[in-house]
Design a protein around this ligand. Structure first.
Ligand code: ZN
Length: 407
């Protein structure tokens, strides 16, 4: 039994609180009902965005994610639950969304968002919501939206900071490349897995992204285009920065048919090489020092266990930040955090070794990356008998002491 705009009586009743809003009404709800959105990432930003979009009655929602739910996701990725740990994120999200609104059409895309499938995926939806967490994917999503002619609602959250803007909207809204034609150095791009994040920060930004999608689909209000929200949640600073319009010669959205990014060229563009980063959230493994200068955690354990009442010869240097050292540490370890001024601390380390009569030093960190950098600095300062501990505290926890949490 259809009422106005092809909506059923049940639909009108269910969504009556937004339909009776004078600025929204039945016509706008009908546009949501017939609209579609692609959400790239079912994580910290995607979780609240997906929940609000399904709850609001968006007709069709695509979810892109390759990962499974981990226990350490849930403090911010509120669409998932303890029961869904180990299951695929798209499946977990789909179940939550259907529980919320069984009339929503949910499409899972488990192969991720790649140069090969990006444009085809984007073309199937009216709006795209970027809830990804890495530079290669950000450029790829923006480029695909330019090529496919779709607006892009972009959000970012790290630590206690958040950002929101809408790219490639209207006649002159800039795209991501208009603003950042060259990527920032890889080292300046922190990820939640490395930098940490407070859950409500992506919660706020993801919810605002859902709001922008609803406004774009329904056609109400002003869209967050040509401006960016910059949020510093820790010190309560919420600024809106004005952005310039579209860049004339932009490689992705410029008018030149010979521009670098086109539907034909995009699948062959190397986003990892362009940004100097890998798209996966998996921790990268550095290999800066020779294997001969590295030991496994089992050998470290043997070196530290010198027998009852005896002091080991190996001095254990832990170079993690102090707040991580507080989470768990190996008894006897000496904490000197790796920092740009680490070389200034080496005299203090040598002094400590001399006092204790230690002969050699083993360096450990969270996962075995920073410890290699520290090792190079120690060797350069004359500590020849120094070794790196492969895999860091994470390996120690897996192989030696399971009571040590992996974080
Ligand atoms: Zn552009």
């Amino acid at each position: 039994n259809t009422v106005a705009h092809g909506l059923s009586k049940d639909t009108i009743e269910r969504f009556s609180r937004q339909i009776i809003l004078p600025s929204f009404g039945v016509a706008c709800h009908s546009k949501l009902h017939n609209g579609s959105v692609l959400v790239v990432g079912a994580g910290g930003l995607g979780s609240p965005a997906l929940l609000y979009l399904a709850a609001a009655g968006v007709g069709r929602i695509g979810i892109v994610d390759r990962d499974a739910v981990e226990l350490s996701n849930i403090h911010r990725q509120v669409i998932h639950s303890e029961a869904s740990v180990g299951t695929h994120k798209t499946a977990s999200a789909k179940a939550a969304l259907l529980a919320l609104n069984s009339a929503t059409e949910i499409e899972e895309h488990r192969d991720g968002f790649t140069p090969a499938n990006a444009v085809e995926l984007v073309k199937r939806y009216d709006v795209v919501l970027d809830a990804s967490d890495n530079a290669p994917t950000r450029y790829l999503i923006s480029d695909a939206c330019c090529v496919a002619g779709r607006p892009l609602v972009s959000g970012a959250a790290i630590g206690t900071d958040g950002q929101l803007t809408v790219y490639h909207h209207g006649d002159d809204g800039p795209c991501y490349r208009c603003l950042y034609p060259t990527p920032p150095p890889a080292a300046s791009c922190a990820r939640c897995a490395d930098a940490g994040v407070l859950g409500p920060v992506p919660g706020i930004i993801g919810t605002m992204q859902a709001l922008e999608v609803i406004k774009i689909l329904s056609g109400i209000g002003d869209v967050f285009s040509k401006k960016m929200l910059v949020m510093d949640a820790l010190y309560c600073r919420y600024m809106v920065v004005k952005l310039r319009g579209r860049t004339e010669g932009c490689a992705a959205c410029g008018a030149d048919p010979e521009r670098e990014i086109t539907e034909e060229s995009l699948p062959g563009f190397d986003y990892n090489a362009f940004t100097g980063q890998a798209p996966s959230d998996a921790p990268t493994s550095l290999h800066l020092v020779d294997d001969a200068e590295r030991i496994r955690v089992s050998e470290l354990s043997a070196r530290l266990d010198a027998g009852a009442g005896r002091r080991p010869n190996t001095f254990l240097l832990d170079v993690r930040p102090a707040h991580q050292f507080d989470i768990c540490s190996i008894p006897g370890a000496f904490n000197v955090p790796m920092s740009p001024s680490f070389v200034d601390d080496i005299d203090r380390i040598k002094e400590r070794m001399r006092e204790g009569g230690y002969e050699d030093v083993a360096v450990i960190c969270r996962r075995g990356n920073q410890s290699q950098r520290a090792l190079l600095a120690l060797k350069a300062a004359g500590l020849e008998d120094a070794v790196d501990v492969i895999g860091g505290m994470a390996a120690w926890s897996r192989e030696v002491d399971a009571s040590c949490p992996i974080y």
